[in-house]
Ligand binder design. Structure first.
Ligand code: UDP
Length: 483
């Protein structure tokens, strides 16, 4: 085999938008670098990306999707529940997690038959390293997290600094990191701070083990963004990692940017026309990701905070309970906000919106995809972390990169929990954070830092840039090691 032979990669994403979107983008990015890319997923999830993959094929890229059955009846889930976003009650979560473990056999058969050069599987599939190993196929972990969050998690697990404090709200240092980072127990996931052997904790432990025995890790970030942490991750923690992001930059045109894993979105052109009528950096975009839903009481408070801030906004609303449709809005809100605010009920073309020059701020739950998409667009953030590693991402945004201001969210929530039962972010908190990000000298400073990062992001994925080179280095290494 020559050194320029085509490599075949299989991509196996977790079935949630926050994992599917960046994994599919990564697969496309690899295809653009000459790789044959096969994405393995279930029928309904494959449909989300079908036309996008079709367009890539027409452009001559070697990319395709392979469909496997979702074992809904085997675990007692209703047919059609194939994505985390269709989980509507707490009892469904363990069933869903059980269902995805049943992918081991079909994936193993595919590996045996296709014998790809590499398997890229989500970190939530720790068993993937072993099944790939059976056929001598290297497995790469796709994390979908920042290097910063990976470093913080490692320090927390290794040193357990949260055991040194006596109350949930007392701050402690996260030791051994390039910056001084302090956190509270309130901000930590229960699977990190609790000793109880829950399923979630078991999954985390297994994921760490499988990361250590895997070939390495693909990170959707770029060296210039968090260089101290990409280095810490490889040099101090000893992980083999390749920074290949921001992967969302593989979207070339409006069609690609708008169509990101959901067919139903507000008329793209209407949204763009509305933004076209606004001044640069004058609109705040508000969205809390693909899964999280907000209670009526908290939505009401957000509406009041937005109105008090006086800023124009695009607000993506996903409510806890869809029945009582509009009673969460303050009296007369929509009439007063006519022309000032656009409410999107459902799915927004987020990357397209963030890229518009009228957008000057993003109120986000700090999911890593949203965070890096905001950075890629040069947009500073109002941070409102809720679950997973989002409190870490808030630290990175507000304290390390200094391109955001927190609303003061205090407590980590479990998947599916309603955070407003634990505390409420008030109208005043919202107004204060929004104003700091949108207007004044501090806002200008954050915006100019964000724009610098945007430029660095674009350079990173261009020919010769750091992410471009990292990706090619990975491909060269695999060609050498797996002739
Ligand atoms: N997203 C979108 N439109 C929406 C909501 C979300 O395009 O209305 C996309 C967003 O651009 C991002 C992903 O869905 O790529 C959400 O991932 P993130 O990590 O931010 O949060 P999660 O949904 O995993 O909590």
């Amino acid at each position: 085999a020559s050194n320029s032979r085509q490599l075949h990669f299989i991509f196996f994403p977790q079935l949630a938008h926050g994992h599917l979107i960046p994994t599919v983008d990564t697969a496309r990015l690899f295809a653009m670098h000459g790789v044959k890319a096969t994405i393995v997923t279930t029928p309904l999830n494959a449909l989300l990306f079908a036309s996008k993959i079709q367009r890539e094929k027409q452009l001559g890229f070697d990319i395709s999707t392979m469909v496997i059955k979702f074992p809904a009846s085997e675990v007692g889930l209703p047919e059609g529940c194939e994505n985390v976003s269709s989980i509507t009650s707490q009892e469904m979560t363990p069933k869903f997690l059980k269902a995805v473990t049943l992918f081991q056999q079909p994936l193993e058969r595919i590996l045996e038959e296709l014998r790809p050069d590499c398997l890229v599987a989500d970190w939530m599939f720790p068993w993937a390293t072993d099944i790939a190993g059976k056929f001598g196929i290297p497995r790469l972990v796709f994390h979908g997290k920042s290097s910063f969050a990976l470093c913080v998690a490692d320090s927390l697990i290794r040193h357990e600094p949260f055991k040194k404090v006596s109350s949930e709200s007392e701050a402690f240092d996260v030791p051994g990191l390039p910056d001084q980072i302090t956190m509270t127990r309130l901000q930590l996931p229960d699977y990190i701070k609790d000793t109880a052997e829950t399923d979630r904790k078991k999954l985390m432990d297994e994921a760490i083990k499988s990361e250590l025995t895997s070939y390495g890790v693909i990170v959707n970030s770029f060296h210039e963004l968090e260089s101290a942490y990409t280095q810490h991750y490889s040099k101090v923690m000893g992980r083999k990692a390749w920074q290949v992001g921001p992967v969302s930059l593989c979207n070339r045109n409006n069609e690609d940017k708008a169509e990101r894993g959901n067919a139903a979105f507000i008329d793209r052109d209407e949204c763009l026309r509305w933004l076209d009528s606004k001044k640069p950096n004058s609109v705040l975009y508000i969205c809390f990701g693909s899964i999280f839903r907000t209670s009526a009481a908290q939505l009401n408070e957000i509406a009041k905070g937005l109105e008090a801030s006086g800023q124009d906004f695009i607000w993506v609303v996903r409510k806890v309970n869809d029945e009582d449709r509009e009673e969460w809005l303050p009296e007369g809100f929509e009439e007063r906000m006519e022309g000032k605010g656009l409410i999107i009920r459902g799915w927004a073309a987020q990357v397209l919106i963030l890229d518009h020059e009228a957008v000057g701020g993003f109120m986000t739950h700090c999911g890593w995809n949203s965070t890096i998409e905001s950075i890629t667009a040069g947009v500073p953030m109002v941070t409102w972390p809720i679950c997973a590693e989002q409190f870490c991402n808030e630290k990175l945004i507000a304290e390390v990169l200094k391109i955001g201001v927190g609303v003061g969210a205090k407590e980590w929530c479990r998947w599916g929990d309603d955070p407003s039962t634990k505390f409420k972010v008030t109208k005043e908190d919202i107004e204060r954070a929004v104003s700091r990000v949108m207007v004044g000298e501090e806002a200008e400073e954050m915006r100019s830092r964000a724009k610098e990062l945007k430029n660095m992001a674009r350079k990173a994925v261009e020919e010769g840039g750091s992410s471009y080179s990292d990706l090619n280095a990975l491909l060269d290494e695999l060609r050498l090691n797996c002739p």
